[in-house]
Design a protein around this ligand. Structure first.
Ligand code: FAD
Length: 317
């Protein structure tokens, strides 16, 4: 049976839903194990067991987070070799993709990014060229590295879970010698909203909000959603660049994506069109966003969004 190594990097106090999705996917491909970087306290260890991890590989050094991605890739390469893994699954964040790329170089492994599904034989599915085509791809190398978009599947615990074996992996001496060291960090102000990349619901605003994200925020908060934006909105400085969705922003794949005042340029679609349900609010009935919307509302977002927010609050009342 193929050994599948899931890289879980800094999960914090509880495992992220995206990590549980990766473990669920790993079980469909073979025998799952985890390369873990972070604080493995009891709750996390129990969840790993419940999701079928057979082994947990931990780095021999505690300071991987003091460096940019290079030493993490060195650790992961050592973990792959120790585990005898033939498939590696990671998140699809910018950092995880960079670790994956470096891991691919170290192991001579094929790397497939932006994956939304994997067949039991390792064939990965993804959309390419700004979402114009759906492709199936399979690495022909002994090890395949796949970065998987959040919300691509529903996480499910294993039928039986036994405590995984804990194995320490020697991070190669010199892994940090030439690596860039992080000298300072500043905490980002917490928004209280879910992480955009893994949110189940995203409400996104574009140039149509005309500098006022208030109605977008109120609808997002009524739904427990994350807030996204088009590049026009982030370039205008109405919201931070970390909210940008699209070809040069984040890729999201939520259950529900509400697009408000966004025209639906191909570069925007590239980051959101794998959302399960797309609702578009735009005052121009000819706007291209309606071509991919499951539900379209032709109207002024400043009238439509507050009505939706009020109705949702009333029903949740
Ligand atoms: C290399 C490259 C990379 C790019 N990467 C990205 C990217 O990652 N993400 C991204 O988003 N863009 C990206 N872009 C830019 C992209 O081409 C578009 O310019 C951008 O997405 C447009 O943003 P928008 O839809 O908010 O603005 P617009 O295209 O100006 O559309 C605004 C829409 O709001 C509607 N509207 C106006 N007022 C209201 C109202 N009151 N109520 C309802 N609707 C209203 C209008 O009818 C219009 O459809 C990229 C471009 C290039 C060249």
């Amino acid at each position: 049976m193929a050994k599948v190594l899931v890289f879980i990097d800094n999960p914090g106090q509880a495992l992220k839903k995206a990590s549980l999705e990766l473990l669920t996917m790993a079980r469909s491909l073979g025998e799952p194990a985890v390369a873990f970087n972070g604080d493995l306290h009891n709750d996390v260890a129990e969840t790993l067991a419940a999701y079928g991890a057979q082994a947990v590989y931990r780095p021999s050094v505690a300071d991987l987070d003091d460096y940019l991605v290079g030493p993490k890739a060195s650790y992961l390469a050592a973990a792959v070799q120790t585990a005898g893994a033939t498939v590696v699954l990671t998140e699809n964040s910018a950092e995880a993709k960079e670790v994956a790329a470096r891991l691919g170089i170290k192991l001579g492994a094929g790397v497939i990014t932006d994956v939304v599904a994997v067949d039991p034989d390792g064939t990965a599915h993804k959309s390419v060229l700004a979402g114009s085509y759906l492709t199936a791809a399979k690495a022909t190398t002994p090890v395949a590295v796949l970065t998987v978009k959040a919300n691509s599947l529903t996480p499910e615990p294993a039928v039986t879970g036994t405590a995984p074996a804990s194995v320490t992996v020697d991070v190669p001496a010199g892994a940090t010698t030439a690596a860039a060291r992080i000298t300072a960090r500043s905490e980002k102000a917490a928004s209280g909203r879910p992480d955009l990349a893994e949110a189940r619901i995203v409400v996104a605003g574009g140039r149509g909000v005309d500098g006022n994200f208030g109605p977008v925020e109120e609808l997002a908060d009524a739904l427990g959603a994350a807030i996204g934006a088009s590049r026009a909105a982030t370039d205008a400085g109405w919201i931070g660049h970390d909210a940008q969705i699209g070809q040069t922003g984040k890729t999201v794949s939520p259950q529900l994506y509400i697009s408000a005042g966004i025209s639906g340029a191909i570069q925007q679609k590239a980051g959101m069109q794998t959302a399960k349900v797309i609702v578009a609010v735009n005052k121009d009935a000819e706007s291209p966003i309606f071509e991919i919307a499951d539900f379209g509302i032709v109207g002024d977002l400043f009238q439509v969004l507050p009505q939706a927010t009020a109705e949702i609050k009333k029903r949740r009342g």
